[in-house]
Design a binder for this molecule. Structure first.
Ligand SMILES: [Zn+2]
Length: 399
């Protein structure tokens, strides 16, 4: 099923633009009219990270005239493995500004609007308003649900993508474009339980996967803007880079969807952090009053080396993370061993247990298990190894 173009054509292309976009112009389906539509298009890309990097570069190169960038973060060395819009000299710089500079080099005719702020309920509607289309390169569930809801309320279609390790997904959510077009909530009515789905920062991502999924997103964006082909509306594209397999699944509109269903319960923006939960209730309860700082841990380790204190420091991350960096004197017992119960056999019953992970989410979950097994004085390290490297031992690499 085809859909009408989202954007009316601009009046004309300049001679320079005709030269620049000639490879588009000679494709009959795009042609002069399609390119003029791109010239009139306003697209907002959320995040100038893994997906946003290729998306912004290709949208700019394609001649989308107005590109918004919603991004508040700064370029970190660990971004450069995949976020190709940034370079070595951009480390420490604002990602939005760095992306803007790269775009100017790719296509000086593009008008870049920078939204250098964290999207939240107070600004999301104002930022989205006026764009024809949104490309979502968000990496967390709270923002994804917020983007979905805000786009629905404003009637703006959006192209969604997600990546993890070797797996990617993409779809177009445009419930206002067709009666049977689903939204993100029709596909995923509820976020996964906190701690169940690791982020790319926790679990890793193959750098080139960003290009695979980001380019699908741009492909869909161009089709929607110009009204050509069959967009991924009501379809979910699933990509497995290891098997080199693409699958396309049908996604139906859910008549019971809380947002776009027949009797919606979400009629305005909600508290997305609470909806998605940073950590589970059990973990939050276990961590309350049982969280130590990395400075406290450093002090405890010093006392342990002097023989005035004894405890076991357990790193609950995965072995490959342990190889990148570690807190000296820690032992590795991955979180999975706590979930299947085998970790408890390895723990001494007469010593205090101190646990940490990368950021403190996984260790809060394992803390709940260990406390439940009777280790009343167990604690975990807030901020995990990230805080350790930042505050105590900057000589170790971060990831
Ligand atoms: Zn829905």
């Amino acid at each position: 099923m085809s859909f009408p173009a989202l954007v009316e054509p601009a009046d004309e292309l300049t001679i320079d633009e005709v030269r620049r976009y000639s490879r588009h112009l000679i494709i009959p389906d795009v042609g002069m009219t399609g390119q003029k539509r791109l010239k009139n298009a306003k697209v907002l890309v959320i995040g100038a990270g893994g997906l946003g990097s290729p998306a912004l570069l290709y949208l700019a190169a394609a001649g989308v005239h107005t590109l918004g960038i919603a991004e508040f973060d700064e370029v970190d060395e660990s971004n450069l493995q995949r976020q190709i819009i940034h370079g070595q000299s951009d480390i420490g710089k604002s990602k939005a500004q760095s992306a803007k500079e790269s775009i100017a080099e790719t296509n000086p005719y593009v008008d870049v609007i920078v939204h250098e702020t964290r999207l939240d309920n107070d600004n999301v509607m104002e930022i989205f308003r006026g764009y024809d289309l949104i490309v979502d390169g968000t990496d967390n569930f709270a923002t994804r649900y917020m983007v979905n809801d805000a786009a629905y309320f404003l009637g703006i279609p959006y192209v969604w993508g997600s990546i993890y390790r070797f797996d990617g997904q993409a779809s177009v959510f445009a419930p206002t474009m067709a009666d049977d077009a689903p939204c993100y909530r029709c596909l995923y009515p509820e976020p996964p339980p906190p701690g169940m789905v690791p982020s790319c920062a926790e679990g890793g991502v193959l750098g080139v996967l960003c290009a695979s999924i980001g380019s699908i997103q741009v492909n869909e964006a161009i089709k929607l803007l110009t009204g050509i082909g069959e967009p991924l509306i009501g379809k979910l594209m699933i990509y497995d880079a290891l098997e080199m397999e693409y699958r396309k699944l049908r996604v139906r509109k859910d008549p019971n969807c809380a947002l776009c269903g027949e009797n919606p319960t979400v009629t305005g923006l909600i508290d997305y952090e609470t909806f998605c939960g940073a950590i589970s209730d059990d973990a939050a309860e276990a961590a309350a009053g049982s969280t130590i700082s990395v400075t406290q841990l450093e002090h405890m380790l010093k006392e342990r080396s002097e023989g005035t204190r004894d405890f076991v420091l357990v790193d609950v991350r995965e072995p490959n993370e342990f190889e990148i960096n570690r807190i000296p004197g820690s032992v590795l017992i991955p979180k999975g061993d706590f979930l299947n119960g085998s970790a408890l056999e390895k723990l001494p019953s007469d010593k205090q247990i101190v646990m940490h992970c990368k950021s403190g989410v996984r260790s809060a979950e394992t803390l709940a298990i260990v406390k439940g097994a009777g280790y009343a004085d167990a604690v975990h390290v807030g901020g995990g190894v990230v805080a350790w490297v930042n505050q105590i031992d900057p000589s170790q690499p971060s990831y």
